[in-house]
Design a protein around this ligand. Sequence first.
Ligand SMILES: Nc1ncnc2c1ncn2[C@@H]1O[C@H](COP(=O)(O)OP(=O)(O)OP(=O)(O)O)[C@@H](O)[C@H]1O
Ligand SMILES: [Mg+2]
Length: 202
Amino acid sequence: MDIILKDITKSYDGQMVLKNFNWTIEENKFNFIMGESGIGKTTLINILMGIVKPDSGEIYGIEGKKLSIVFQENRLLEDFDPVTNLKLVADKDTRDEEIKTLLRELGLEDSLKKKVSQLSGGMKRRLAIGRALIARADIVIMDEPFKELDKDLYLKTIQLVKEKLKGKTVIIVTHSEEECEIFGGRKIIWKDIQERIYKKEL
Ligand SMILES: Nc1ncnc2c1ncn2[C@@H]1O[C@H](COP(=O)(O)OP(=O)(O)OP(=O)(O)O)[C@@H](O)[C@H]1O
Ligand SMILES: [Mg+2]
């Protein structure tokens, strides 16, 4: 079932962020959303996750589904190693070897036993992506997942995500046209799917 957002509206302290926002997120496809900084993309994701409640509007097709997420900021447990970080979200029957294999595929083989606090920005980002991949979710949401990755790792990580999540419902927030092209996903431009917000409403 597609996920349908219908007339979602959200303001913070009188400042309108989403106004009659309408988006159909296609089932089992890569769905990209693009829009300028501060327009409300992370707010939208928080609404999908149930972390933020919209002022009005309806969401269909998400109830009872298992979600996994790459947050805009990594939100990793810095005092624990990568394996432990993934174990905490993995199903109970997930074997350690499966976790380690994924971490190796993400190029983190030399860091399995290090504390996350000792990893570089790009390594942490790949770990945050790994955490979303290990959870057996129906819907995977990613908020600018590939930022902070240099060119070589950027392309490798994109290929890995593309391969692992093929056939799932995936929502990716991005500023990159290139990513939509590599994934061959469906791209939506924020301003095309909501009513215009006038200055007086800001
Ligand atoms: N908890 C909050 N309280 C008040 N205002 C908020 C809150 N969260 C977000 N906002 C405001 O809502 C607007 C949209 O923020 P949001 O983080 O959703 O944008 P974004 O599109 O994800 O931006 P970016 O591309 O920079 O990540 C901004 O003006 C922001 O200041
Ligand atoms: Mg954001």
